[in-house]
Design a protein around this ligand. Sequence first.
Ligand SMILES: C[C@@]1(CC(=O)O)c2cc3[nH]c(cc4nc(cc5[nH]c(cc(n2)[C@H]1CCC(=O)O)[C@@](C)(CC(=O)O)[C@@H]5CCC(=O)O)C(CC(=O)O)=C4CCC(=O)O)c(CCC(=O)O)c3CC(=O)O
Ligand SMILES: NC(=O)C1=CN([C@@H]2O[C@H](COP(=O)(O)OP(=O)(O)OC[C@H]3O[C@@H](n4cnc5c(N)ncnc54)[C@H](O)[C@@H]3O)[C@@H](O)[C@H]2O)C=CC1
Length: 151
Amino acid sequence: MSAVPAYLSGLRLSGRRVVVVGAGRVAARRLGPLLEAGALITVIAPEATGPIIELATSDALTWLPRRYADGDLDGAWYVLVATDDHDCNKRVSVEAERRRIFCVRSDDRHAATAWTPASGTVGDVQLGVLAGGDHTRSRLLRDQLLQQLIG
Ligand SMILES: C[C@@]1(CC(=O)O)c2cc3[nH]c(cc4nc(cc5[nH]c(cc(n2)[C@H]1CCC(=O)O)[C@@](C)(CC(=O)O)[C@@H]5CCC(=O)O)C(CC(=O)O)=C4CCC(=O)O)c(CCC(=O)O)c3CC(=O)O
Ligand SMILES: NC(=O)C1=CN([C@@H]2O[C@H](COP(=O)(O)OP(=O)(O)OC[C@H]3O[C@@H](n4cnc5c(N)ncnc54)[C@H](O)[C@@H]3O)[C@@H](O)[C@H]2O)C=CC1
């Protein structure tokens, strides 16, 4: 896995714009914690899963039902790209890098400037585990740590 460790940080995204490109299974999994953090979310994707469409209908987020286009990262503090189109993922992460916006690139951990930890919450404690890009390991450790915290 990665030889250089990531720098752990807790992003306080309340009221800040976050752009999510792609609205499939991976994007859906990550939207919950972003919404809980109060981020102002714009989702861009021609097709979205049912739960994402419902969130858009209830104005919890904005869904732009189209492909990613230049300029879509305007005003974003954080970007998450999770499409099944490798070229699109690359375009988004290159644009984010140019604009110095941290970007989770879901199909290529080496090209990403941010990684999503395996996370959990116990009361007012938030737990996040990174394992150098090894999501299987971070998930397992998160589950074990949560068990210990719950007692
Ligand atoms: C680097 C990172 C960057 C990032 O995406 O943020 C990354 C990268 C990649 N994941 C891939 C695949 C899968 N990842 C999962 C699951 C999780 N992945 C998560 C985090 C991270 N994944 C970051 C590392 C953090 C760390 O250090 O541990 C978790 C912890 C957090 C979350 O997603 O919320 C979450 C568990 C959540 C939970 O259980 O709660 C599953 C299982 C599933 O989806 O059901 C699969 C499919 C099965 C398989 O392939 O094994 C691929 C190949 C994609 C391809 O084939 O194209 C890449 C690309 C690459 O490794 O280069
Ligand atoms: N990091 C992680 O945890 C994981 C990453 N992956 C990677 O993430 C990718 C996405 O996985 P899923 O969510 O399961 O895919 P999915 O097929 O459920 O969803 C893909 C989404 O991308 C959208 N899309 C396609 N082209 C687009 C474009 N040009 N502009 C904007 N949106 C576009 C589609 O409309 C759809 O909403 C996979 O191809 C894989 O490479 C997969 C599993 C876990």
